[in-house]
Structures are given as structure tokens and as C-alpha cells.
Design a protein around this ligand. Structure first.
Ligand SMILES: *Cc1c(COP(=O)(O)O)cnc(C)c1O
Ligand SMILES: [Zn+2]
Length: 418
């Protein structure tokens, strides 16, 4: 494993010993004082080659054990990571790009990118001898924690907003988690979870809380790099709620560059819904030389997984994105719904609304000429369309209703209306 050398506060830059604090810099507190895990990159660079990861012969994120803070011996046997990277040359050509890749993280065990973080957080919990996990979540972190806890045989205590889509709630309950549907929105669930973790001593996997999250989430970047034969795209687009997934992806690409494994990092763009754009606004403030915090604002979008008004990993998200030379873009709910349909029809990938947002963001950045013709772009699909089928139904319309007769099928197929 990667032997962390320090956990550093993202705001005051104070360094703590590895594992000295579970969640935050005690001087800066939550949100402002999130921690980042540092390694001895010089030593790692000397040890690693582009082939080091393949030599593990592991087809999961534990392939990257050398750059993770806990060893494979603590891993739960539920495969997260090593998801496919699909090339879509026809769609790329249609958009004027020289390459378009789709990283399909809907194929994780519980159907979202969140499984990457949970895999590493639960391994850390076992390493630290913690006996239960908790989280507040818009839904996907919750399913992920419930699934991994079931596989590990430990309890999961979960706080979700009452409006969480039913398919997501069904998934948590099926895994046997204790589920609290909190009256109120995601911020209320977050606050209640924090209190419960202090009261009952549970290990908190909530997004933007444990520095282990970014360690798991960075593996998506390592995979894109490895799946492209040791190269990186010009641009990588990912949707943003708390800012945890994008922080992890940026950290992965920045580490690859620091380790000398890639020439540079791609420009990473965060995509947010217009009605829930706290991180994009914080980025704009930072670029104007104003404060990143406080970032809290009202949030409303049908893309439930990114409906976040009080982003917990905003400091990391905006500083890391800036370091890659990327930025943020916002899209409307109509554009997101359109993207669900177009991505499914033109690329064969069925994404939930939040996960289709990067495609909507790509169309917007092309229109605004931020991304130029001939660019090579990867978009990250963070969650399965089966998680929130309502969004898809709004994009897809209704099936063709027929009596059980072949003549009826024939008439419809030959109709000019089709
Ligand atoms: C959680 C999630 C995101 C956003 O990740 P953050 O870390 O909250 O920014 C995007 N898409 C899906 C499907 C998610 O579940
Ligand atoms: Zn601090």
C-alpha cells in the first residue's frame, strides 16, 4: 500500500500525522478543514512504472493499492472500480471532437461512482477497528454503504432526505441497513448524521467528510489513464454536488502527473444544475479573488444526486479543478433530461439524470467554444439510469401500444409517422 505521510488541511495547510484525525482539521472544522492524504511522491515515483498496476492482476480499484492508504488485506470482497471506458467515435465526429470516451461507473456493484469511495472507507474502518458505518446521502452513497456493510457483515446507519427516489430507498432497505428518512432536505440529513456519529461512535462515510473518500474516488482517473494506454484526455467532465467525486478525480490526475506517469493533467470541468450550483458559484468567487466560503445556498433540481445546497467538499473541488486548468459549467434541468435521452440513444449508456449532466455540460462547452473542435474528451457516468427512472421516462416518452397481432405491428412500422 501507499503509506500516507500526512493528512493535510486544505485550508490552513497544517499537516497532521496519518490517521491522527478521522475527518477534519480541528482548527478549521467541517467543510473548511477537510483533509487531504499525502504520500511520499518521490519514493512512489521511483517505485512505480506504467505497468505496476497491471502486474497486480486485480480487476478492481485494488489494482491501485500502491497509491491507496490502506492495504488490500482490509478490502471487502465486493468489486468496485475497473469499469469500462467506451470509445464513441461516431458521436465524437458528430460533435466535432477527435475522441469521446465514456467512463461507465454505473457498472459498480451498487450502481454508482460512490462505490469507489465506500470500498476504501470501509477498508479504513476495518484497519481502524471501527464496527459500524454511517452516512448522510442523497441516495447513492447510502446504497453503496448499505451494500458494502452487508458484504462485510457490519451495521449501516443511514440518513436520507425524505424525498429520495423510491428505487434508491428500496436498494438500501434490501441490503438491511437501518434507514432514517429525515423530514427536510439533504442538509438536515447531514446535520443529523453528524450528531449521530458523535453520539454513537459510528465511522462516517458521508461525502466530503472522511479524507478516505477522495482516495477511493481518485482511482477513476488512474483507470482512464491506464485504459488509454498511459495517456490522458484533453478534458474530463464530471457532475458535481458536494464536490467529492470531482476532487477525487482531479487528485488522481494531478498525482499521475506528479508521479511522472502522465505528461500533464487533463482540464477537469465540473457540471452542475442551474438550480443547485453552489460549487460553481464558489469557483467563480475564488477566481474573482473572493472567499470560497460560505458556499451554502438553496438547491433545486430534478437531478437528485446533485441536489446539494451545502457542499461539503467545496474547498478541495474548486482548488483542485483550478490546478488542472479546468472550470465549471451549469446546465438546466431540460438540458439534463435531454442528455439522459441522447446519451442512451446515441451512446448506449443509460445514466441517471445527475450522471447524464456531464454530457449536457459538454454540449454547452462546445456551444460556448470553451472546448474547441478536435479535442479529446472523457465524460464520467456516475450513476445508473435504473436509479431514478422517472428522469428517463420524461426523456423517452411512451411505448407503442398494440393489440397482440402482427398486422398491427406491421401497420405501425410502415406508417410515415415513424
Ligand atoms: C454523488 C453523485 C454525484 C456528485 O458527486 P459529489 O461528490 O456529490 O459532487 C454525481 N452523480 C451521481 C450519480 C452521484 O451519485
Ligand atoms: Zn486547518
Amino acid at each position: 500500500m501507499g503509506e500516507p505521510v500526512a493528512f493535510r488541511c486544505v485550508s490552513c495547510k497544517r499537516e497532521y500525522g496519518p490517521w491522527e484525525h478521522d475527518y477534519y482539521c480541528p482548527r478549521c472544522g467541517p467543510v473548511k478543514g477537510t483533509l487531504e492524504v499525502l504520500y511520499d511522491y518521490g519514493a512512489l515515483a521511483r517505485k512505480l512504472s506504467p505497468l505496476s498496476f497491471a502486474q497486480t492482476r486485480r480487476f478492481s480499484l485494488w489494482r491501485y493499492e500502491e497509491v491507496l492508504p490502506v492495504g488490500f488485506e482490509y478490502a471487502v470482497d465486493l468489486r468496485a472500480g475497473w469499469t469500462p471506458l467506451y470509445a464513441r467515435p461516431e458521436l465524437a465526429a458528430e460533435l466535432g471532437l477527435s475522441a469521446l470516451w465514456i467512463k461507465d461507473d454505473s457498472l459498480n456493484p451498487t450502481g454508482s461512482y460512490k462505490d469507489r469511495a465506500t470500498a476504501v472507507v470501509i477498508a479504513a474502518a476495518r484497519y481502524l477497528s471501527r464496527s459500524a458505518l454511517t452516512c448522510a446521502s442523497t441516495g447513492n452513497t447510502a446504497s453503496s454503504v448499505a451494500g458494502f456493510c452487508a458484504a462485510a457483515g457490519i451495521p449501516a446507519y443511514i440518513f436520507v432526505p425524505e424525498a429520495t427516489p423510491r428505487p434508491k430507498v428500496a436498494q438500501l432497505l434490501a441490503f438491511g441497513a437501518t434507514v432514517f428518512a429525515v423530514e427536510g432536505d439533504y442538509s438536515h440529513a447531514q446535520r443529523l448524521c453528524e450528531e449521530a456519529r458523535e453520539r454513537f461512535g459510528w465511522y462516517d462515510r458521508s461525502d466530503g467528510v472522511s479524507p478516505m473518500n477522495a482516495e477511493g474516488k481518485k482511482t477513476g482517473a488512474y483507470e482512464i489513464w491506464e485504459q488509454l494506454g498511459g495517456k490522458v484526455p484533453d478534458y474530463v467532465l464530471v457532475s458535481v454536488g458536494d464536490g467529492s467525486v470531482i476532487s477525487g478525480i482531479c487528485k488522481g490526475f494531478l498525482e499521475l502527473a506528479e508521479l511522472g506517469l502522465s505528461e500533464s493533467a487533463p482540464k477537469v470541468y465540473g457540471v452542475q444544475a442551474e438550480g443547485a450550483a453552489a460549487v460553481a458559484h464558489a469557483f467563480a468567487r475564488m477566481k474573482r479573488g473572493e472567499g470560497i466560503l460560505p458556499a451554502e445556498e438553496p438547491a433545486e433540481t430534478l437531478a437528485d444526486s446533485i441536489c446539494v445546497g451545502n457542499p461539503k467538499d467545496v474547498v478541495k473541488a474548486v482548488t483542485y479543478v483550478d490546478r488542472t486548468g479546468g472550470g465549471f459549467v451549469t446546465v438546466s434541468d431540460e438540458e439534463i433530461i435531454g442528455a439522459v435521452g441522447e446519451l442512451a440513444r446515441k451512446a448506449g449508456v443509460f445514466a441517471e439524470p445527475a450522471a447524464a449532466a456531464p454530457y449536457a455540460g459538454l454540449l454547452r462547452l462546445l456551444r460556448d467554444e470553451v472546448i474547441g473542435e478536435g479535442a479529446k474528451v472523457a465524460i464520467v457516468i456516475t450513476g445508473s439510469g435504473l436509479k431514478n427512472p422517472e428522469g428517463a421516462l420524461r426523456a423517452a416518452g411512451e411505448p407503442l401500444r398494440v393489440p397482440p397481432e402482427i398486422g398491427a405491428v406491421e401497420r405501425i412500422l410502415s406508417a410515415d409517422a415513424l
